[in-house]
Design a protein around this ligand. Structure first.
Ligand code: ATP
Ligand code: MG
Length: 395
């Protein structure tokens, strides 16, 4: 069966009242943007608190669904049959045909769940449930009714213009539509964790910018390309991402020269956070995002997190903070960033790492080490800020 319409269901908790239209309009806008990437002509319409995607031309079903599954805010995608009201017997006939085509295996339990938005329909919802149930059982005796936990629910919605019939609900990603929750800046490395972190925050409706610190010639052009690729993969969900590429080489070399090597990673990370925060503030971001997870490496013990957090005034979102590595990997696989993340290109952190980095840095000790940088560091940071290269990573 070729569906001409898709009912888009979204979570309504917290968006009732006067802000509801902002949420709905943002969702419609995002659906439209995603549909530009699907071959075919579509419109997105809103009618009585329902959002529909209507196909105006031929299209590829799998492609359309896959794209809609990337739109944050969508909870369910329901391919729907929209029928004119031609009386109950015609409706019943069409539903029998629908059932025959859409559910070839009918050895299942089912129920009919009817609703009337139009109250002058001659049958009550309960009448529709009972009468349609009987018609379907007559047509397909292998069906069994179960009103409590049916395997298949046939939904019938009598509306003003037409009657919606659907029984398929495909899960969307959930979350909130992009553009409804401000902007945040993601520290994006080439690893597994930070793309997942960016995805998770974008899923809450937050627009994402990204910052990548590279250290040429210690890190290659290929490593940078990999990060751009990762940003483009996250952009499939989060929309075009401005990626700010910071040349971190001189700062790293200077820290390497002046500070105890077991503190390098922490001090370096503090400068990353400082620079990322400056970039964020310049671009209207109200938070930073990292892929840190407690205890994953020396620089992510609570003490280390405390040391890197200290230099920031913006909130730092760490959505994978309590995830095990495997849980992050599972999510990375689901959002298709994993394959790119595991490509073996050097990271600017790993080049200068000490054999035995501190795991419980004391803030006093770190402050003392950073004082050794006083002479040159402000100039180097300024230079890094002035030589930022920004690329837009599109889906
Ligand atoms: P990931 O897998 O995300 O790279 P990781 O396990 O390698 O993380 P770290 O290298 O300690 O962990 O980095 C922790 C976080 O710091 C990363 O998730 C990322 O947000 C940020 N980060 C690390 N290196 C860079 C970099 N070169 N550019 C931008 N952000 C970085
Ligand atoms: Mg990393």
């Amino acid at each position: 069966m070729t569906f001409q319409a898709f009912l888009i269901k979204y979570a309504e908790i917290g968006i009732k009242g006067k802000n509801r239209y902002i949420f709905e309009d943002a969702l419609i806008r995002q659906i439209e943007l995603h549909l530009e990437r699907v071959e075919g002509d579509f419109t997105v319409t809103k009618a009585y608190g329902r959002i529909y995607v209507n196909a105006l031309s031929e299209y590829d079903y799998e492609e359309l669904i896959a794209e809609l599954q990337k739109v944050f805010g969508i909870v369910w995608i329901c391919p729907v049959l929209q029928l004119p009201d031609e009386g109950f017997s015609v409706l019943a006939e069409k539903i029998v045909a629908y059932m025959g085509e859409v559910h070839p295996d009918r050895h299942v339990t089912f129920k009919v769940d009817a609703r009337r938005a139009r109250k002058n329909y001659p049958l009550t919802s309960q009448d529709i449930n009972i009468q349609l149930g009987e018609v379907l059982l007559d047509a397909y005796p292998e069906l069994k009714v179960d009103v409590h936990k049916p395997q298949l629910t046939l939904r019938v919605e009598v509306r003003d213009q037409f009657i919606n019939v659907y029984s398929i609900q495909i899960p969307g990603p959930g979350g909130m539509p992009l553009g409804t929750a401000g902007r945040a800046t993601l520290l994006l490395s080439g690893g597994i964790d930070s793309p997942v972190a960016g995805y998770m925050i974008a899923k809450r409706g937050v627009t994402i910018d990204a910052v990548y610190f590279h250290a040429p010639p210690y890190t290659s052009e290929r490593a940078r390309k990999k990060v751009e690729e990762l940003a483009s993969l996250v952009a499939k969900y989060a929309g075009p991402i401005q990626l700010h590429i910071v040349n971190f080489t001189d700062i790293q070399l200077y820290i390497y020269e002046k500070c105890p090597h077991e503190q390098l990673t922490i001090i370096m990370r503090r400068y990353m956070m400082r620079i990322a925060e400056s970039i964020a503030k310049k671009n209207g971001s109200m938070a930073l995002i990292t892929g840190e997870s407690i205890g994953q490496v020396a620089s992510q013990t609570i003490q280390s997190l405390n040391a890197t957090n200290e230099v920031c005034t913006l909130p730092v979102f760490r959505p994978v903070i309590a995830f095990d590595k495997q849980e992050i990997v599972t999510l990375a696989e689901q959002i298709h960033t994993y394959e790119t993340s595991i490509q073996p290109y050097e990271d600017c952190c790993t080049i200068f790492v000490a054999k035995h980095p501190v795991t419980k840095p004391s803030l006093n000790v770190i402050h003392a080490s950073e004082r050794k940088l006083e002479e040159e560091i402000d100039r180097l940071v300024e230079e890094a800020m002035n030589t930022i290269e920004t690329v837009v990573c599109r889906p």
